[in-house]
Design a protein around this ligand. Structure first.
Ligand SMILES: Cc1cc2nc3c(=O)[nH]c(=O)nc-3n(C[C@H](O)[C@H](O)[C@H](O)COP(=O)(O)O)c2cc1C
Length: 196
């Protein structure tokens, strides 16, 4: 796996883990151990959330298990093409209402995204592939997994051990490189909202 920190430059001094984390697609098909997966979920656990609601939920499936196809079949074909070599697939959902008073929680997906980023950074630290995905059928996920209406279906993710480029379909081989970012000055503004 490419060390993204050798391809990316931070404008300001930060922990190198932030630029080392990226979303590769090439995986080996080896299984990530349950103990390692628990380390990822432990990192997810410590995310901040509104009123400490901890509204994120992760459904996982490990390859070659009876649950694998349930999650794999939700993915669009373009994602199935490289997720075939993943170790685990995740379906990520968030509770839309606070458990304490049943009020709407406007930031449920914000909190859950934070939790996923914790998981992704832990994965990067451990040399694992962690790759978020929006390319899946959320309604089919709701129907198949019988996800109650109070939960939003947010995203899926693939987790695996890094693998050779040749495991990827040709089109994806060319895309297997860390992306760059906007400059900080393009997304911050003091006191006004100048963004189009
Ligand atoms: C919520 C979310 C959904 C994404 N959906 C997909 C997807 O369906 N398929 C895919 O190949 N990559 C997907 N990505 C990966 C992004 O394209 C990637 O994170 C982005 O280009 C930034 O690159 P980096 O993660 O390597 O830094 C998704 C990422 C996130 C966070």
């Amino acid at each position: 796996m490419i060390d993204a920190s050798t391809k990316r430059t931070a404008e300001h001094e930060i922990n190198p883990l932030f630029v080392r984390r990226w979303s590769p697609r090439a995986m080996s098909g080896e299984v990530v151990s349950n103990a390692e997966m628990m380390q990822l979920f432990e990192a997810a656990r410590w995310a901040p959330s509104s009123f400490n609601e901890q509204e994120w939920r992760y459904v996982f499936a490990v390859r070659d298990s009876e649950h694998w196809n349930t999650l794999f079949d939700l993915l669009v074909e373009a994602n199935q093409a490289w997720c075939k070599d993943a170790s685990h697939l995740l379906l990520i959902a968030s509770r839309r209402k606070f458990t304490r008073n049943d009020n709407d929680n406007a930031v449920h997906s914000f909190d859950t995204g934070t939790s996923f980023q914790n998981l992704a950074l832990q994965g990067a630290e451990m040399g694992l592939v962690v790759h978020g995905m929006g390319g899946f059928d959320a309604q089919a996920a709701r129907d198949t997994l019988k996800i109650p209406a109070v939960y939003a279906v947010d995203a899926m993710a693939a987790i695996g051990r890094p693998g050779p480029l040749e495991n990827l379909p040709e089109g994806y081989q060319k895309m297997e490189a860390p992306t760059d970012r906007k400059k900080v000055t393009e997304f911050i503004s003091e006191g006004s909202f100048p963004f189009e």
